[in-house]
Design a protein around this ligand. Structure first.
Ligand code: TYM
Length: 333
């Protein structure tokens, strides 16, 4: 039986990297697997990075992230959708994995190295972050994990944690596999440097729920092929950020036309960006309309999450019983 699990952090506004790299995939797999598709707003991960965490904002961002996923099409009545901190077993299993995970394996994680490199004092939680991720997935014995490419190393570690546990205590967990959205492995940020990321600040991201005016303000000045100094210079779409976004938002015909227009200097960068706006508007407007509608009835979002947490606990509790038993803890009776 396939069981899907994925998580998304409430550390900022959801952006089009999250959308194309992960959220769309959640909906697609949700349609296929129903209640065996489990999605979680992973708020316990948020405080591990002091640069991205503000206690005054956490509950709002958690709510907004839930709302955005529902606006994209996640239906808490059909899939299992909840907030991580409302299911205590995540923390417990995370600790039980922590006790036997070698520190050296955690120190090798590239995301850890990137984030730790920006901090004067490194919280232990940042190092343990992928252990909590493994607990998230394995608590539900999930085997399929839709994520962007930046998470594949963490999923590899989750496999290792599952293997180690099975070896020590007998066959218990599946070895989960990452499922990548091939066209959107690593959506680049607006600044043209690296991937789009929630914690990199709003100038680098195109928000899923951002107004078209604000998106255009950013897009208008976004870098293109630096060799195209004048309108009449031919360009290379393959090194242009705007063309990367065309491949996500525009239809095949438009993608071909702008690529050709760029190479032959038949289209200027501003016109190319205006054509991109057509695709962006087509894709995001219905999502934003659903988000606005859901915002009018916050109870629907909160009730959906509450219902999801109850169902998640019903799956998690017997798995924890099994784990405690295998590890030798005294039965509560
Ligand atoms: P997070 O919140 O950073 O991102 C959520 C999902 O969006 C994907 N993503 C991207 N995909 C393509 N291009 C981008 N620019 C881009 N930016 C983000 C991420 O790969 C991710 O799939 N550690 C996870 C959250 C997590 C989790 C889990 C995931 C916690 N527990 C268990 C899977 C299973 C994270 O920080 O995602």
């Amino acid at each position: 039986m396939t069981r899907v699990f994925s998580g998304i952090q409430p550390t900022g506004e959801p952006h089009i990297g999250n959308y194309f790299g992960a959220m769309r995939n959640y909906v697609r797999l949700g349609e296929q697997y129903g209640q065996n598709a489990i999605y979680c707003i992973v708020d316990l991960h948020a405080p591990t990075n002091p640069l991205a965490y503000d206690p005054a904002q956490l509950s709002r961002l958690t709510f907004e992230m839930a709302l955005a996923n529902m606006a994209v099409g996640l239906d808490p009545q059909k899939v299992l959708f909840f907030v991580q901190s409302q299911v205590r077993e995540h923390s417990e299993l995370s600790w039980l994995f922590t006790v036997s995970t070698p520190v050296g394996e955690l120190e090798r994680m590239t995301q850890y190295k990137d984030k730790a490199g920006k901090l004067e004092s490194i919280p232990a939680g940042l190092l343990m972050y992928p252990v909590l991720m493994a607990a998230d997935i394995l608590l539900y014995k999930a085997d399929t994990v839709p994520v962007g490419e930046d998470q594949t190393q963490h999923i590899e570690l989750a496999r290792e944690i599952a293997r180690r546990f099975n070896h020590s205590y007998g066959d218990t967990f599946p070895e989960p596999k990452a499922v990548l959205e091939q066209g959107a492995l690593r959506v680049p940020g607006m600044d043209g440097h690296g991937k789009m990321g929630k914690s990199k600040g709003e100038s680098s991201t195109l928000g899923l729920l951002e107004s078209m005016d604000s998106i255009w303000t950013k897009l208008r000045v976004a870098p293109t092929d630096p060799a195209r100094v004048r309108r009449t210079d031919p360009g290379n779409p393959e090194i242009c950020l705007v063309f990367d976004y065309h491949k996500l938002f525009s239809d095949d015909q438009t993608v071909l036309e702008v690529a050709d227009g760029c190479r032959t200097a038949g289209i200027g960068c501003i016109d190319c960006k205006k054509r991109l706006m057509v695709g962006i508007e087509r894709e995001l407007t219905p999502i934003q309309a659903r988000a606005a509608e859901l915002r009018q009835r916050p109870g629907t979002v909160l009730d959906g999450l509450h219902y999801g947490a109850e169902q998640a606990r019903a799956i998690a509790a017997p798995v924890m019983e099994e784990v405690r038993g295998k590890m030798g803890f005294l039965n509560r009776g």
